[in-house]
Design a protein around this ligand. Structure first.
Ligand SMILES: Nc1nc2c(ncn2[C@@H]2O[C@H](COP(=O)(O)OP(=O)(O)OP(=O)(O)O)[C@@H](O)[C@H]2O)c(=O)[nH]1
Length: 352
């Protein structure tokens, strides 16, 4: 019964006021990975897969430094920012120019979200974004956070973390990759899908074994006694919990193997977003607005106390305003706040 009732609620939620059905929101797939892991090739494959399955998708390129895109992007950062000009104009190196280009683009990202939100027939099911090869430029920059949060506060959003499987077969490089994935999870708090790419070259099963049982990982490290190996051993114990909550698929962007598994993983991540991330997001937004209200109330209170101590400055400001000068002698934030206070009090009839 409870299930039927909640299913009914869900149906009600997707009716607009005119009684028409609103299309479910598309899922955003943010493709992130180390340089050369195969992000662009994977996106090309994903684009072809969406076309083949007739799943309407919207492709966004956020890498300003890519020279040639093997797929048609609906939104391309290169149409807005010229990375080479940014390098010249601001005398920057390649990484600084990528970061600055992304910062410039982030200032207009509300327009990109607006384009994604536009009603279409048939409605979009997926929005896929390729990110710059220098992973930290996206994951650790303010603009990366702006883009991620803009998506995550509007659509179900997940991270597809692309891993270069042939370069992950050694236990130490595997651990480096897992720590990177872990840091992305902590930074974004979004559902992450580990995508072991290039399985046509090297299979990913050993990686899955290491994730499933830390003893397998320790065996692989048996011959190594370095400090880094000891650290990796300890980290594998710490990461056990992280692995349990982590989904992983093996794909080949070149042959197309594993794409159905990938899409199934995306669906589960979108569910996880609805069940875990969204309620947290709503709570964070409520907390933030509550904190802001408290801050404003405290500021107002402090100003009231200030006014009593300093003499009736606010009344003077209000008097000056009511004389119609339209200009107050008070400068800066304090002046503006005092003026607000005076206006408020005037409205309340405290001042003549
Ligand atoms: N064999 C094989 N090669 C792949 C696969 N995916 C990508 N590659 C190759 O890996 C290299 C890097 O691929 P890209 O798609 O450019 O990687 P990227 O992560 O976008 O690179 P950056 O933009 O520089 O970070 C290219 O030579 C691709 O052909 C795959 O599934 N199998």
């Amino acid at each position: 019964m409870a299930t039927e009732a909640s299913a009914g609620m869900q149906n009600l939620n997707i009716q607009d006021q005119a009684g028409q059905q609103e299309a479910p929101k598309p899922t955003v797939i943010l493709v992130i990975g180390m340089a050369g892991s195969g992000k662009t090739t994977f996106l090309q494959r994903l684009n072809a897969h969406l076309h083949e399955k007739q799943l309407p998708g919207y492709i966004i390129n956020l890498d300003p430094a890519v020279t040639k895109l093997p797929y048609g992007a609906h939104v391309d950062i290169r149409d807005t920012v010229n990375y080479k000009n940014v390098m010249k104009q601001y005398s920057l190196g390649p990484n600084g120019a990528i970061l600055t280009s992304l910062n410039l683009f982030a200032t207009r990202f509300d327009q990109v979200v607006g384009l994604c939100e536009k009603q279409r027939d048939p409605p979009l099911q997926y929005i896929v974004a390729d990110t710059p090869g220098q992973i930290e430029i996206f994951t650790w920059s303010a603009s990366g956070a702006i883009v991620t949060e803009a998506f995550a506060s509007t659509f179900p959003t997940m991270i597809a973390y692309i891993i270069d499987t042939p370069r992950c077969l050694g236990p130490q490089t595997f651990m480096t990759n897992m720590l990177q994935a872990c840091s992305i999870l902590y930074k974004t708090r979004l559902p992450v899908l580990l995508v072991f790419n290039k399985v046509d070259v090297a299979r990913h099963e050993s990686c899955l074994d290491w994730m499933a049982d830390f003893e397998n990982f320790h065996q692989a490290l048996d011959s190594e006694q370095s400090y880094a190996a000891t650290l990796s051993r300890s980290m594998s114990l710490v990461l056990e919990q992280f692995y349990q909550n982590m989904r992983a698929v093996g794909v080949s962007a070149v042959t197309g193997e594993g794409m159905d598994d990938f899409m199934a993983g995306v669906t589960k991540c979108a569910q996880e977003y609805e069940e875990q991330y969204k309620p947290e997001l709503v709570k964070r937004q409520q907390d933030r607005s509550q904190q802001e209200q408290q801050r404003q109330a405290a500021e107002l209170e402090r100003l009231r106390a200030d006014r009593t101590a300093d003499g009736d400055i606010a009344a003077a400001a209000a008097a000056s305003m009511s004389r119609g000068s339209g200009k107050t002698v008070l400068d800066g934030r304090k002046g503006a706040a005092l003026q607000r206070l005076a206006e408020e009090e005037e409205a309340e009839g405290v001042l003549d």
